[in-house]
Design a protein around this ligand. Structure first.
Ligand SMILES: [Mg+2]
Length: 330
């Protein structure tokens, strides 16, 4: 897992499909979120359309709505015979498309265009439009695990307590102005969040009793606010990394911050990490919940399971993995 190198932007757009592409892209459906990067949506839509047409793709263009952030569109595209679905938006759009495609054969590509683009960052997918489209059309694949929270799906992480409160309290205005730094500010505001009783059951085992500010269940290692709390999480080991925030005070958070800076988050005593296929958390008081950055109403319970290898993603060469056998056991 390597972050995408910032690198200078190319002076002129290169062709979206490299000369050595294995095969033409075929039938491609784009699920576009027109609400991300508002002022430039029309321009980006047009540039993407042109690049895909120039690559020889047969493009179906679909847009998300307030009522359907992408699941219905991606499902419709797969049913209509799309050979690739491109989620063109933020993590919310990626999550919605992944929910439709998980468990099926149609690969998902990510063209990042939101405040939160953690799926792209974690998998080394370029942040610029031309680079991301190239990866989408390059025919390099990696099968990744998907998290299931009831009927919901997530790729990055689900959380109850602290991190969900942090995401909830980062308002749209500050996200537009400061980007991911908005999460740092709201995180700082939540450091004094009241700890609660946390009861965990991992893989159906006996309960672990803890007290703290929340639990994060990670599929990918880099999460909101850039906190490397689960740096060893692998998206294709069939396991979720469970981070229990046993933090109760600012002093605990200082220890977490120092350990994170040293790239040794597990060394922070208030933070414990586990690995499991199923995770049940019961909190003593109702807590906010989030998955992939989108909030859910406060509740006391969070039940998550991993769907091993459920999704095929288009990835850059460095993240490509040989095809692994598909596991459908849930
Ligand atoms: Mg994993």
């Amino acid at each position: 897992m390597s972050p995408s190198p910032p690198g200078p932007a190319p002076p002129a757009p290169e062709p979206a499909v490299p000369a050595g592409a294995a095969r033409p892209p075929g039938r491609v459906a784009v699920v576009f979120n027109p609400a991300t990067g508002r002022e430039r949506a029309a321009e980006r839509r047009e540039r993407a359309r042109q690049a895909l047409a120039a690559a020889g793709a047969e493009v179906t263009w679909l847009e998300t709505t307030r009522e359907d952030p992408g699941t219905g569109q991606a499902r419709e595209a797969a049913a209509a015979g799309a050979e690739l679905v491109i989620a063109f938006g933020g993590d919310g759009t990626v999550r919605a498309c992944a929910a439709a495609l998980a468990g099926g054969p149609v690969p998902l590509a990510v063209v990042p265009a939101g405040t939160g683009n953690l799926v792209a960052i974690n998998l080394g997918i370029p942040g610029d439009l031309d680079g991301a489209l190239r990866v989408a059309l390059e025919d390099r694949r990696r099968r990744v695990d998907v998290g299931a929270l009831g009927a919901d799906r997530f790729l990055v992480a689900a959380g109850i307590g602290f991190d969900a409160a942090m995401l909830r309290d980062a308002d749209d205005g500050s996200k537009a102005r400061f980007g991911p730094l908005a999460y740092v500010a709201s995180g700082l505001r939540n450091l004094r969040r009241r700890p609660t009783r946390l009861r965990l059951r991992l893989d159906g085992g006996g309960p672990l009793e803890r007290r703290g500010q929340g639990v994060l269940v990670c599929n990918l290692g880099r999460i909101q606010g850039g906190l490397p709390l689960a740096p060893d999480a692998e998206p294709d080991d069939g396991l979720l990394d469970v981070v229990v925030l046993g933090t109760r005070s600012l002093r605990d958070w200082l220890a977490v911050a120092l350990a994170a800076l040293a790239r040794r988050p597990q060394a922070a005593r208030p933070v414990e990490t586990f690995r499991a296929r199923t995770v049940e958390v019961t909190a003593g008081t109702p807590q906010p919940v989030q998955r992939d950055g989108d909030p859910l109403p406060a509740r006391t319970g969070l039940a998550v399971e991993v769907l091993p290898g459920a999704l095929v993603l288009a990835v850059p060469a460095a993240e490509e993995r040989p095809a692994a056998p598909v596991r459908r056991d849930r």
